[in-house]
Design a protein around this ligand. Structure first.
Ligand SMILES: Nc1nc2c(ncn2[C@@H]2O[C@H](COP(=O)(O)OP(=O)(O)OP(=O)(O)O)[C@@H](O)[C@H]2O)c(=O)[nH]1
Ligand SMILES: [Mg+2]
Length: 531
């Protein structure tokens, strides 16, 4: 009432103003002396102003429509420490719901797989070169790369073969054990020379993948809408040259895939220009036999072992498949793409639109799932919180195989312990009180391999009294621990859905995804009925 009277009084006073002096017309009339040229320019400016205005209005309308649409999307936040398998799980969802869109990305993944392969080779070349020069094992390299228990880091032979070779085996002409060919194929030294162009290949691949680097750009939280541009870059902050050589980082979004495709299209449009990218593939192809020879060299294997470098245990390992991956007509398989490693930086938003396909959810074709894939290393976790606001479900990953590993960013922190602490924090969040909680106890295949190889779980986890050193009992034990933390830390009672997973296993993951879908849809229904 009060407001209404105020408005009326204002109207009256305005009306009186109007009567005294009429408001100036808008736009103001042109001066009577306006020349033809000035009129034409004025008309041009008016048209331009209208065009800009219309564009802004269209953008506002689109943003409003997008916001409305997003309300109907299912939003899932994937959390967990670095290398727990978050981005791999996302790939599984993409493969399951939108295989055709996923297939289109194969070209981009090939570049990543090649980079993963080339980085492994260059790392070996660096190690071989450094060890030959200094003759001493490098602590920095061990700490950056090896995740083996301290006791098994050094070979049973005691002193490093590489260091022994350079101190005792040198013949005074700079030759040592690694330089001799033993008359069978090229020597390691020869292979080093022949594989040196792979440094250039690495820089070409990195350059292509980082072509429009907007450092630090990350998508905004879902509540504020929109995904953002992305960029992929090499790590620049690590103090260890070896850590830098082994990891590639992608910043928020997935624009790097577009970069690879765009570069290709541009080159196809100008065929007379040679594409550096294709050159890189050719060089890698030409080097593939030498790559295999280097990797299978007993000297290199022993040297790596004595240096404590367990390349097979590392993410993005393709050396065993070098001949296939470096073939000129190589098309990445789904499994290759699942194995390809890029470290996520910031928070990426991925839109997955359900395609018609083998799955039974025909009613859901065309519907959208939004996934938020986060960087899991410690310094990135502060960026997660803004995304808690507006999600339907959390998928939290714990890599079970990390029981005897340490975080790359903190060599004193056991991976399993870190997962427990992180899980406790996430469970305790009040903002997430009503969100569906799903836990993946991941990397079950690596856990199995470790236990079967005789690595003792109880040696690292003293509270594991059950004692049976097999994947079934260990995963049951971990499951009970996570359930207990969830129960004691959650602000209110809520169900928890737990799955033991291997993120590389397409068939088993399809079953897990079906089950995850069911709980999320069910929770969404319950929520909409309550509203
Ligand atoms: N063997 C095996 N490898 C896995 C499994 N899950 C993930 N990986 C591999 O582990 C590596 C790391 O996985 P990512 O998905 O990149 O890890 P992430 O959690 O996204 O890591 P950040 O982006 O650093 O936070 C990749 O090379 C995956 O292929 C698994 O269950 N078994
Ligand atoms: Mg990731």
């Amino acid at each position: 009432m009060f407001g209404g009277r105020m408005r009326r009084r204002r109207t009256v006073s305005l009306t009186r103003e109007t009567q005294r002096s009429p408001p100036p017309a808008w736009p103001p009339p042109p001066p009577s002396s306006e020349t033809e040229e000035a009129r034409s320019e004025r008309h041009h400016k008016e048209r331009e102003a209208k065009r800009v205005n219309a564009a802004i209005e269209k953008q506002i309308e689109k943003a409003r429509e997008d916001k409305e649409k997003r309300k109907s999307h299912t939003k899932i936040l994937i959390l967990g420490q670095s290398e727990s398998g978050k981005s791999t799980i996302l790939k599984q969802f993409q493969l399951f719901y939108a295989p055709q869109a996923f297939r289109v990305e194969a070209e981009a993944w090939r570049a990543v797989i090649h980079l993963n392969l080339v980085r492994s080779i260059n790392l070996i070349l660096d190690i071989v070169a450094t060890t030959i020069t200094t003759g001493a094992p490098r602590e920095t390299m061990q700490s950056a790369l090896s995740i083996s228990p301290p006791s098994s880091r050094w070979g049973s032979g005691g002193a490093s073969v590489l260091s022994a070779a350079s101190s005792a085996g040198s013949d005074g002409h700079g030759r040592n054990a690694l330089n001799s060919s033993h008359g069978q194929g090229p020597s390691v030294k020869e292979l080093r020379m022949r594989l040196s162009p792979l440094k250039h290949v690495e820089s070409i691949l990195v350059k292509r993948l980082t072509a429009d680097d907007h450092s630090g750009s990350v998508p905004r939280p879902p509540s504020r809408g929109s995904s953002a541009s992305s960029t992929l870059t090499t790590e620049s902050t690590s103090s260890s040259q070896y850590a830098r050589a082994s990891e590639v980082i992608v910043r928020g979004g997935s624009g790097w895939k577009e970069l690879v495709r765009r570069g290709k299209q541009i080159m196809q449009g100008r065929e007379w220009q040679r594409d550096e990218f294709d050159d890189a593939r050719q060089i890698l192809h030409a080097c593939r036999e030498d790559v295999t020879a280097l990797w299978s060299s007993a000297e290199v294997q022993e040297g790596l072992r004595n240096e404590g470098v367990l390349l097979r245990n590392q993410s993005g390992f393709f050396l065993d498949d070098a001949m296939r991956v470096a073939a000129i007509d190589y098309e990445p398989s789904f499994r290759d793409i699942l194995k390809a490693r890029i470290q996520t930086m910031g928070v990426e938003e991925h839109e997955v639109v359900v395609e018609a396909g083998d799955h039974p959810f025909t009613g859901e074709v065309g519907s959208t799932w939004l996934f938020y894939d986060v960087g899991g290393s410690r310094h990135q976790r502060a960026a997660w919180a803004p995304f808690f606001d507006d999600v339907n479900a959390i998928i939290f990953l714990c890599p079970m195989s990390g029981f005897n590993e340490f975080l790359v960013e903190d060599r004193t922190m056991n991976r399993l312990l870190d997962s427990f602490t992180l899980w406790k924090t996430v469970c305790g969040s009040k903002v997430l009180a009503n969100v569906t909680f799903i836990l993946f106890l991941n990397k079950s295949d690596i856990l199995r391999a470790k236990l079967e190889a005789g690595q003792s779980f109880v040696k690292w986890v003293r509270s594991y009294k059950e004692g049976q050193n097999d994947v079934t009992h260990v995963s049951e034990y971990l499951k009970s621990k996570f359930i207990a933390i969830h129960k004691s830390s959650s602000p209110k009672k809520r169900p928890l859905h737990v799955h033991v997973t291997c993120a590389l296993d397409v068939e088993r993951m399809a079953k897990v995804i079906v089950s995850v879908r069911e709980v999320i849809i069910e929770a969404n229904l319950v929520e909409s009925t309550l509203l």
